[in-house]
Design a protein around this ligand. Structure first.
Ligand SMILES: Cc1cc2nc3c(=O)[nH]c(=O)nc-3n(C[C@H](O)[C@H](O)[C@H](O)COP(=O)(O)OP(=O)(O)OC[C@H]3O[C@@H](n4cnc5c(N)ncnc54)[C@H](O)[C@@H]3O)c2cc1C
Length: 409
């Protein structure tokens, strides 16, 4: 079977031969290394999966968007990144989540890092020896970055001291380096000037990762609590300029976070449709199968239509990004729509399975739990709609995709 036999026709305008090759590689990896681990991860929600990230790192996938020259990355771009997350996500949303969570701070480091910072860390990302987190969310500051309470205080002698707590931090238990956004200005200073991003090594004195706690879904993926107790950080670890922390976090979230979460929800969505079609077309009824019933076919048709829309929206947005075109609003819209459509299909899938949906040893309840995890990160639906309304009203001011294109050029 050739690659084009496996990729959906609606995606062909966005996929090169190299993307199709990567698609097949990701599918093979998922079949050979991920599928068998899914029941193990499901059975041990209190444990963090550590082997899969190592296997993905060995393939260089954490460096998918990094340049080859100087860093040893794959230099494969955003469509390739989407292919990897999407294909892994069909088999295991947890595996896809592990990959995508590190790719967000890697993007930030690539765009905002100094030459020294990039030379130190990016080759380690590309060869799989360093994983990163982006640590923005706090117990009392989620989507509201102006509410960040973690402070970084300049204490002279070339040092900052960071104190605070970060929550829901993807790959918290795997990472060697945390991109921490902290308050560096006094209260009253506008958020756009009050925050700074820092690179905080996991082994610095005062850094603690709280015990991993099981969550509703994404078993095996850690999204835990990071405690920073008077952590001393050299000035050379500031990422971007002092007071640009909002922009570092915002650009990473729009250019990498949105598309990563879109790809993750797409993988889950595809698995939902596959599982449901398989069930309905084998469940006997009236001498045939449930899938013969017109009412059932209408609902399958709706699920398939949603999946195709989510698929095209996801890939067209990252194709624009790879093409150097302004596309913030498309990246945001794809994340928003992708989650919504997948969540609707998850509800349909549950209903169409009857009581079978509820069996703990059947994959559907895992997919139903996992899809709940693609709503909050990289901007909840409310925040996506605020951004989209700005696009409609012509009041959006920064286009991070434009800046990214100018930088790449
Ligand atoms: C799987 C997963 C991975 C994550 N990974 C990371 C990570 O790597 N790094 C990181 O920093 N964070 C991460 N997060 C956290 C995520 O970014 C936050 O959950 C998100 O920003 C929302 O914050 P919150 O959960 O505190 O909700 P809140 O901000 O408390 O919001 C609660 C509800 O109120 C709504 N709301 C809030 N403010 C407004 C407003 N002004 N107007 C209208 N509605 C509003 C929200 O949309 C939401 O529905 C992750 C979360 C998950 C689930």
């Amino acid at each position: 079977m050739t690659a084009t036999d496996t990729t959906p026709p609606e995606l062909r305008p966005y996929l090169t031969a190299a993307h199709e090759q990567l698609w097949c590689e990701a599918d093979a990896f998922a079949a050979d290394h991920v599928a068998a681990r899914v029941p193990l991860m499901e059975a041990s929600p209190h444990e963090v999966e550590r082997e899969l990230p190592q296997l993905m790192a060995n393939r260089g996938w954490f460096g998918v968007t990094l340049p080859k020259q100087g860093y040893g990355g794959m230099e494969a771009g955003h469509v390739a990144k989407t292919v990897l997350i999407h294909r892994l996500g069909v088999v295991s949303a947890s595996a896809a989540a592990i990959l995508q969570a590190t790719l967000i701070p890697v993007g930030a480091l690539q765009h905002w890092g100094t030459v020294e910072q990039k030379q130190r860390w990016l080759p380690q990302v590309a060869d799989g020896t360093a994983l990163l987190t982006i640590a923005v969310t706090e117990p009392d500051a989620g989507g509201h970055m102006g509410g960040i309470e973690t402070t970084a205080e300049w204490v002279g002698d070339d040092e900052w001291v960071i104190t605070g707590e970060k929550l829901h931090i993807g790959n918290s238990h795997l990472a060697h380096l945390h991109l921490v956004v902290a308050r560096t200005a006094l209260p009253g200073v506008p958020t756009s000037q009050a925050l700074t991003a820092f690179l905080v090594e996991n082994d610095r004195k005062g850094v603690t990762v709280a015990e991993h706690r099981a969550r509703l879904g994404l078993h095996g993926f850690s999204a835990g609590r990071l405690i920073l107790d008077r952590v001393r950080i050299p000035a050379a670890n500031v990422l971007g300029e002092v007071s640009q922390g909002l922009y570092v976090a915002q650009s990473a979230s729009i250019l990498y976070g949105r598309s990563n979460l879109t790809a993750l929800s797409l993988g889950i969505h595809e698995a939902l449709v596959q599982t449901t079609v398989q069930f309905l077309s084998t469940r006997r009824r009236y001498g045939g199968h449930l899938s013969d019933q017109p009412v059932i076919q209408h609902r399958i048709g709706e699920m398939q239509g949603r999946l195709q829309t989510a698929m095209t929206t996801a890939y067209s947005a990252v194709h624009l990004l790879d093409s150097g075109l302004a596309c913030d609003s498309q990246l945001i819209g794809a994340k928003h729509t992708g989650h919504q459509l997948a969540a609707q299909s998850a509800q349909d899938a549950m209903e169409l399975h009857g009581a079978r949906a509820l069996d703990a040893d059947y994959p559907l309840q895992r997919l139903f739990r996992d899809i709940q995890h693609t709503y909050p990160p990289a901007g909840t639906g409310e925040f996506q709609r605020i951004h989209l309304a700005k696009a409609a009203l012509g009041t959006a001011h920064i286009q991070w995709s434009d800046r990214h294109a100018a930088e790449t050029a």
